[in-house]
Write a protein that binds this ligand. Structure first.
Ligand code: ZN
Length: 454
């Protein structure tokens, strides 16, 4: 459970803490066995292939790729990913328990009294409350955070970060969330006081504006706090990446290398930025673990996000979910206060002592909305896959990268499982789409020689 998810959920701002334009993407990969990317053309014996279209069965090719991950590797990635389903449920139960503790113990009401005794300004009272509440909520959630994002990641070989370094990163995230809450929540409570009946509409608007703000400032101001970005050294691959960007009218003149290996073994890349501030970043793991064609296949996907305006699309669609979420907060708060408000000493939503309840309701809503938010993202990821295949024309390199992803994402889920739990298409779906693309292009000179791969 990430810090923002713990309590940014207070006002659904949790949904905003991973800006669509800067999300670390489709290609988060774990540590991998040495890749087996096809780098040489397969000889087809003495068959005269020059004038005939090679036979190519996309279903069989997909099955052959999928069969490359089996046994212990398959069981391990299935276990890691399926365990994540339960952790999502555990996160919600934990958040509800923390909120319940703060409310039923009377601690939340006492913090509000303390803040009111120190200032007559309502906004300043909210800031004082937040300054006490956020550290408390973080401390209460720390054991779960420690298990989920440190011990479990190490147990599955997905992280190589030392405890001190991990704790330092957590501290930075904590500071960011605290600052965001100190700035935003006084505004939200001012909105609530002025618009009692329709506060949730204005609140959702505020949340969406904040999300836009984060997307814009993310590449330059937030991302560098956790990682070092430097221009990718000149290489033939860099030339190809920049050429690919120019060909697709993505306005970048450099490619950045991120030292992601300081946190994990996963591979990722992204094209972030908004309103003309595009930036291509690929991480050092991707560079080390991927063959050049595989890196290009990933970059084609990332460029697709930019060209198709996915940051804006996701902002708008997620905005609808945010609106529904604030509606849920409005009615959920009213309902819970009718039942328990007397015990909590919280009578209406304008009282900051009710913030833990808003946080709990926000977490619950995000959990319930997971199939919707995942599907919004998954659809754009699929579009980016197709864009990348068309732009780069390396379906087999794309397929081998997908196999690498599979070491931490279950490769072959059930149909409903994929719809509910996957924010990217499954490996099977992605490899099948690459092989379908290959089938339709098998007569093309640059594709047909690879007909017998893998
Ligand atoms: Zn993506």
């Amino acid at each position: 459970m990430s810090l923002p998810r713990i309590f940014g959920a207070a006002v659904l701002f949790a949904a905003l803490s991973a800006p669509a334009g800067a999300q670390p993407s489709a290609f988060d990969l774990p540590q991998l066995p040495p890749h087996s990317a096809p780098t040489a053309r397969i000889q087809v014996g003495s068959l005269p292939v020059m004038d005939t279209t090679p036979a190519f069965d996309p279903d069989k090719a997909t099955a052959r790729y999928l069969s490359k991950i089996g046994g212990a590797a398959r069981a391990r990635s299935d276990a890691y990913f399926e365990g994540g389903y339960w952790l999502q449920l555990l996160d919600v139960i934990y958040a509800l328990a923390v909120a319940g503790l703060l409310l039923w113990s009377g601690l939340s009401a006492r913090i509000q009294d303390w803040a009111q005794a120190r200032s007559t300004s309502r906004s300043y009272q909210v800031m004082l409350y937040v300054a006490a509440y956020v550290p408390l909520a973080v401390a209460a959630s720390f054991p779960l955070t420690l298990y989920e994002s440190f011990f479990r990641e190490h147990a599955y070989g997905l992280s190589n970060q030392s405890f001190g370094s991990w704790l330092g990163d957590l501290g930075i995230q904590f500071a960011l969330v605290l600052v965001a809450c100190l700035l935003l929540l006084p505004i939200l409570y001012a909105v609530i006081r002025r618009n009692r009946g329709a506060w949730w509409v204005w609140g959702a608007g505020l949340a969406i504006l904040f999300q836009l703000f984060v997307i814009v400032i993310w590449p330059q101001f937030i991302a560098p706090l956790l990682n070092h970005y430097s221009p990718l050294p000149d290489s033939p691959l860099k030339v190809k990446i920049l050429s690919l960007a120019r060909a697709n009218d993505v306005p970048v003149d450099n490619v950045y290398l991120v030292d992601a290996s300081r946190q994990s073994n996963r591979v990722s890349a992204n094209v972030s930025g908004f309103l003309g501030t595009a930036r291509i970043s690929l991480n050092d793991n991707l560079l080390k673990q991927g063959a050049p064609d595989e890196v290009l296949a990933v970059m084609g996907h990332e460029l697709g996000h930019y060209v198709m305006g996915h940051a804006l699309r996701n902002l708008l669609l997620d905005g609808l979910v945010t609106l529904a979420g604030f509606c849920f907060l409005h009615w959920g708060f009213w309902f819970a206060c009718e039942l328990f408000g007397g015990q909590w000493q919280v009578r209406n939503v304008s009282e900051v002592a009710g913030l833990p309840l808003l946080a709990a309701l926000g977490t619950l809503f995000l959990f319930l909305a997971t199939p919707a938010t995942n599907s919004i993202t998954r659809m754009t990821e699929y579009q980016a896959d197709i864009f990348g295949l068309n732009a780069v024309r390396k379906p087999d390199a794309f397929a081998t990268v997908m196999l690498k992803l599979s070491t931490y994402r279950k490769l072959e889920p059930g149909r409903w499982e994929e719809m509910v739990f996957y924010d990217h298409p499954s490996g099977r779906t992605r490899i099948a789409s690459a092989m379908r693309w290959k089938k339709e292009h098998i007569a093309d000179p640059d594709i047909r020689d690879s007909a017998n791969l893998p």
